[in-house]
Design a protein around this ligand. Sequence first.
Ligand code: GLN
Length: 546
Amino acid sequence: MSEKTNTKFIFITGGVVSSLGKGLASASLAALLQARGYKVRLRKLDPYLNVDPGTMNPCQHGEVFVTDDGTEADLDLGHYERFSGIPATKYDSVTSGKIYQRVLDKERRGDYLGATIQVIPHVTNEIKDVILGHIEDEDFVLCEIGGTVGDIEGQPYLEAIRQLAYELGRDRTMFLHLTLLPYIPTAGELKTKPTQHSVKQLQEYGIQPDILLCRSQIEIPQNERRKIALFCNVKEECVIAALDAKSIYHVPLAYSQEGLDYQVCKYFGLNNTQEPDLKKWQHIAEVIQNPEGEVTIAVVGKYQLQEAYKSLAEALTHGGLANHFKVKIKWLDAEDVEKQGAEALLSDVSGILVPGGFGNRGTEGKIKAAQYARERNIPYLGICFGMQMAVIETIRNIAGIKNAGSTELSEDCEPVVGLMTEWDKDGTKETRHKDGDLGGTMRLGAYPTILDDKSKAFQIYGSREINERHRHRYEVNIKYEAVLKKAGMLISGKSPDGELPEIVERPEHPWFIGVQFHPELKSKPFDPHPLFVAFVKAAIENSRLI
Ligand code: GLN
């Protein structure tokens, strides 16, 4: 237990319905505490049984976020990083799958000395160890519990945080519950009953919320606040309205205005007389509200759920912010591009982005999109799969190797993109076999890339060595470097051993870049990623030509 520190713990739970934005609420509170000068850490505890979301369909779960240390994690970690600027680590994301795996490993090793293994105390202890472990000198650790109160899977987590509040004391622990006040237009009223029920349920688990953050479409009348406070046993000033905001980057400002950070500090007996320093958030909100123009960029993907491209959409927004422009995303299904042709769907956009992806569906549409961008001089950014498809397009259509492909999609092709079976990681060899496990076995996390100092990539990054996050199993074969060069495509970034192409570009094109990594994962509103800044700028310039 971290008894020696004085770190305070804020547990964030959600009630009534899912998708209320607990991740954003946690990230916003963290940003507000930082704006008051505190050091924070954010953690996500997901009750589902997958070991991590890496093998889950993005249509169900949304994007898989990847940390520097190669953890495949919930997309909320993306919000945490974007709002706090703090890189998350493997210690900041856990699932029931991981917890049970650890418990069962210990059981097999004999660590429990003959005990009967039970949810309480063995699973709950493991959860508490995650919450308390690997803390440095943070003032606050914010722990978001995934799911909605009442979910069966969530019960051990609620029990664990109840125990922690008992063990650490209520002066070091706070429960924040995010709920919904539905608005019934015919009655012209906000309804408090679902919130009351949700809090009752928490109380059944022995948890008394200290702050209720209430999502609502309209201002919460004083009467309703009073009612919620009285029935839920929460101070009236701790019933805080979370109204729909103009953009997610307005949320910290809105919460602060409602007194969230003020009440949190008051609860912990911390000085709250000084206003938080919210200048950077005010600046972002200001630029979002008053853009100098709008530019349309197509994202040619395949997952219908936009959550599957969360970081990507945010990184485009950040690239727009840096250029004082609003980026409008035209979401396209690659299969539609395949069927209807690129001209029909892409002639009205100023930039084309083909994001990461897996599997066959839609690949020919992505290749068509890359071809259209190349032929029409439209700025193109290919990310991971989007880079691989751009390379295949060049080799097929310029180098004339018609059956060029990826072994991910077909064994019967010229393997321009092939399975990586061996690569270097911090001086040691990682090896893979084609029949190996799918979970957690990709080339994951931050790896260095060395840039060609005569390239556009070098100009954009302004340095020779960069570090970006990866999540892939296949790779453009370096053997095709000469063929690509002849076809007008330069490999402008490589792994330090020169074996793995990391960036490709077309020097003769106004802006055509493909990257094997995921730059979107490191972009922040107040520190936009240089590739997105440059790509959006190129799209803006292109829109002026149209
Ligand atoms: N499916 C491709 C690979 O595994 C690309 C992965 C991605 O786009 N993240 O290499």
